[in-house]
Design a protein around this ligand. Sequence first.
Ligand code: HEC
Length: 191
Amino acid sequence: MSENITDNKNNINEHDNHEHEYDGIKELKNPSPMWVIFLFFITICFSGIYAVKYFGYPNNGMDQASEYKAAVEEQKNKMITMGGAGNKLTEPQMLAAGEKIFKEKGCIACHGAKGEGNAIGPNLCDNFWINGCKPEQILGIITEGKPEKGMTSYKSSLTAAQINQVAVFVMKKLVGSNPANAKVAQGTECK
Ligand code: HEC
């Protein structure tokens, strides 16, 4: 057994000495053309630049996760100002449409004619929120309502675009206005 191993070793060495010839098959020296080697080094440099740029430090916002986050954020902003997919209203048109809904769909019964709040619903003109001040939270409370607290769900009486319009009206026109008889703030301040 051990003899065999030594034999094999000798064989290998023998073949090495014969410039990699075995069973009459000879290894030839055929270096890759310069351009292939050049390309090879370019790919190495490229991977270095790529790694620093997309995974590197400091985070420059170009990695997949940040790009995705930015795209989602942009889409949300678009939705909130443009009234959702398919809604081609300009901002003034949107605010007017939102105001109309606010006045005609019963919001004033519980939130007051100017959104000042009354015995039923909270003040929508301050920046204090019971259910959160993020656009998706405001859309959410109008869409789903909160029946146990007396807020109507509007998902069956308004379209998504209309809910968006009235939400934009609340956020851009009511919040920050200072109506008379404003109801005392409820919830937490939106920072
Ligand atoms: C039947 C009464 C009623 C009607 C109608 C009503 N709301 Fe409300 N709304 C409430 C009450 C009560 C709350 C507070 C719920 C709570 O305590 O969380 C509320 C909460 C809200 C909030 C969240 C406020 C906060 O501080 O978190 C928004 C925004 C809102 N309503 C918008 C509207 C809009 C827009 C309409 C019309 C499309 C409307 N509401 C119609 C009673 C009503």
